[in-house]
Design a protein around this ligand. Structure first.
Ligand SMILES: [Zn+2]
Length: 274
């Protein structure tokens, strides 16, 4: 049977890999634990989280995209933290529901977990769970305390307006969600205007200013942990796109369509249609 895998990446810190589609993380302090993102909602991610910690759980959301919040129905009794600006975020018109899950598995599954698409489809929850949720708002500088272990919230607009990275100086990890990972998307802007690339560039500069506080990134998709130098590759890439020294172009690759550019290990779909 297909299972989520759970791997310890640092003391009291685990990655839950949801069938190679998306990552969530469990972090434990002395008094409480938290799950950072909740997967897209296939199978029982709470049970997996509770297999490594007995402490009461909170939920920290890096952003509201349904592949990161689709499992929220397992955590309605927990305190959920997210930035206000992501309250109504959608991605390419999809909401947090089974129609999204089905489309997500059918589009990402063949690329990220070939051979297991039917099995993943069989894990779509039935009946359709209610994924509306209320949350406590976090913003730049908010600090979440799990007991002798704190997480600083850094507001990082770009991928979504309300994206938040969680800085854990105790383990020197930045939980970067979809703000920095192997392949970042910025949705297409009207008339190809570059304001979103500029905004994202500022976000990267802000994260890089904090580089002495962490060594690695714990990212939202694929490899759980990656060197922080990736931020610098994205910084150079966005700088090059803005000053014209790096040029990208239209591509269709796997489930992605749009204008893409690359530098070092960074890949940015900067006018992304799908
Ligand atoms: Zn996202």
């Amino acid at each position: 049977m297909l299972r989520q895998t759970i791997t310890e990446i640092a003391g009291g810190t685990w990655c839950i890999n949801e069938f190679n589609l998306v990552n969530a993380f469990v972090v434990e302090g002395d008094k409480r634990a938290a799950i950072i993102d909740t997967g897209c909602g296939l199978g029982d991610i709470r049970k997996v989280a509770e297999s490594v910690t007995e402490k009461p759980l909170s939920v920290f959301l890096t952003h509201s995209h349904p592949d990161h919040t689709g499992g929220i129905y397992h955590f309605k009794d927990c305190s959920i933290y997210m930035n206000d600006e992501d309250a109504s975020a959608e991605i390419f018109g999809f909401k947090r529901d089974n129609e999204f899950r089905k489309n997500y598995v059918k589009s990402r599954g063949p690329v990220r977990n070939p051979g297991h698409v039917e099995e993943m489809l069989s894990l779509i929850p039935s009946p359709e769970p209610d994924c509306e949720f209320s949350f406590l708002s976090i913003d730049d500088g908010s600090v979440l305390d799990l007991g002798n272990r704190t997480f600083e919230c850094i507001h990082t607009p770009g991928h979504t307006e309300g994206s938040i990275c969680f800085l854990d100086t105790s383990r020197r990890i930045l939980f970067s969600g979809d703000t920095v990972n192997n392949s970042i998307i910025l949705s297409r802007q009207k008339d190809n205007n570059t304001s979103l690339i500029e905004k994202y560039h500022k976000t990267l500069a802000k994260l890089w200013e904090r580089q002495t506080d962490f060594d690695v990134l714990a990212i939202g998709h694929e490899t759980a942990v990656i060197d922080k130098a990736l931020i610098h590759d994205y910084l150079r890439l966005t700088e090059g796109l803005l000053d014209g020294t790096i040029k990208g172009g239209y591509e269709e690759k796997g489930f992605r369509k749009g204008d893409v550019a690359r530098f070092g290990k960074a890949e940015l779909w900067y006018q992304c249609d799908q």
